[in-house]
Ligand binder design. Structure first.
Ligand SMILES: Cc1cc2nc3c(=O)[nH]c(=O)nc-3n(C[C@H](O)[C@H](O)[C@H](O)COP(=O)(O)OP(=O)(O)OC[C@H]3O[C@@H](n4cnc5c(N)ncnc54)[C@H](O)[C@@H]3O)c2cc1C
Length: 198
């Protein structure tokens, strides 16, 4: 039986990043991942965009965390040499009606702290992307990154700190006994145990 302070179920970017943050605070952590490799699911099959934080309602947790997380992810990519391109993004208005929506998004984006968001004219749009026809647009800094590499790097950092994800492991029955939360692997006699939080 393996005893840890925290068992994280699922080794996508959320589970790996949470495990890493806990391990850095001194907790003994394991990640229970059902696949033969972590980061194989949504985390490495997404669009690869590091979002700017434009659309979320002002003052919401999503708005704040997206802007903070974006900057931290840029730093992470630089520190760990993860390929990423700060290509920027155009949000276009195809007709007069859509110009109002651009105004609304500009206000929300600025309120959320997306300082790179600006209103641009058709000359700017043509220079950035000649194949787009639009009467106006917003432009913002935004990056695309290799999320496969991000998942790989996050998964490797704990290994260098003597910590490994437990692969091909699906948690089954869990029960509490003598201050330990016991987690049994589904369809197997393998077990992991964790101390009950005080
Ligand atoms: C089409 C699409 C495009 C997207 N584009 C972007 C984008 O451009 N930028 C962006 O920031 N976000 C994007 N997202 C969102 C982003 O990809 C997800 O929010 C993120 O990957 C979620 O990570 P996760 O770790 O929570 O989940 P996952 O990556 O799904 O990881 C969950 C892990 O848990 C494991 N697991 C599940 N059940 C069990 C179990 N019972 N026991 C053990 N292990 C288990 C799985 O095998 C998997 O490895 C996109 C999402 C989609 C669907």
């Amino acid at each position: 039986m393996t005893e840890v302070d925290v068992a994280v179920i699922g080794g996508g970017v959320t589970g790996l990043a949470s495990a890493l943050a806990l391990a850095r605070r001194g907790a003994a952590v394991c990640v229970l991942e059902r696949e033969g490799k972590s980061g194989r699911a949504t985390s490495t099959h997404n669009s690869g965009v590091i979002h700017a934080g434009i659309y979320y309602p002002q003052g919401s947790l999503k708005a704040r965390l997206c802007v903070e997380g974006r900057d931290r992810l840029y730093r992470f990519c630089e520190e760990h040499h993860v390929p990423h391109a700060r290509c920027g993004k155009l949000i276009i208005a195809a007709d007069e009606h859509e110009l109002e929506e651009l105004d609304r998004l500009l206000v929300i984006g600025h309120a959320n702290g997306v300082s790179t968001l600006i209103r641009v004219d058709s000359d700017f749009i043509r220079a950035k992307e000649p194949n787009v026809r639009a009467i106006g647009a917003l432009w913002s800094l935004l990056a695309v990154a290799a999320f496969t590499r991000i998942a790989l790097v996050i998964g490797q950092v704990p290994q260098s700190a003597d910590w490994k994800p437990v692969l091909e492991w699906v948690p089954g029955v869990m029960w509490l006994t003598a201050g330990l939360l016991l987690v049994a692997a589904a369809g197997s006699s393998r077990r992991a145990g964790g101390r009950q939080p005080g």
